[in-house]
Design a protein around this ligand. Structure first.
Ligand SMILES: [Zn+2]
Length: 122
C-alpha cells in the first residue's frame, strides 16, 4: 500500500463520524472515488445506515454553496457551513484583532450574529 493511501486510511479511521458523514453526503461530489470507498466502508463499520445519511442531509437544507456548487466548510471545523457573517478574529482566544468573514456550521454559529463581539477563536 502506498504512503498516500495509508495516510488517507488513517485520517478516515481517526475522523469524527459526523465529519465522515459530511464527506459521504454533502461533500461527496468533491471527493476522490477511492477516498469515498474507504469512507463508505468506515461508516458501514461504525453502524451508520443509509437512513442515517439521509437524515444528516435532511437536517441541513440550507447549506452555503460555493461557485463550484459544493458546500462551504465551517471556519472552525469540517462540517458544512449553514450561515455566514462578520466576526472578530481573536488572538489567543482573548484579544479581538480584526473583523473577518466567517462561515459557521450549526455547532459554531454565534448565538447572535448581529452583535459585534460575536467572533470565536478556532
Ligand atoms: Zn463548525
Amino acid at each position: 500500500m502506498d504512503v498516500e493511501k495509508e495516510r488517507q486510511l488513517l485520517r478516515i479511521r481517526d475522523a469524527e463520524t459526523d465529519d465522515l458523514m459530511a464527506e459521504a453526503t454533502v461533500f461527496r461530489p468533491g471527493m476522490e472515488p477511492a477516498a469515498l470507498r474507504s469512507i463508505d466502508a468506515e461508516l458501514r463499520e461504525r453502524g451508520v445506515t443509509a437512513a442515517d445519511l439521509n437524515q444528516y442531509v435532511g437536517e441541513r437544507p440550507n447549506l452555503l454553496i460555493d461557485a463550484h456548487g459544493l458546500p462551504w466548510q465551517c471556519s472552525f471545523c469540517k462540517q458544512p457551513a449553514e450561515s455566514e457573517g462578520w466576526g472578530w478574529h481573536w488572538m489567543w482566544g482573548r484579544v479581538p484583532v480584526f473583523p473577518r468573514w466567517f462561515r459557521w456550521c450549526r455547532t459554531h454559529v454565534p448565538e447572535s450574529k448581529s452583535r459585534e463581539q460575536d467572533g470565536e477563536s478556532p
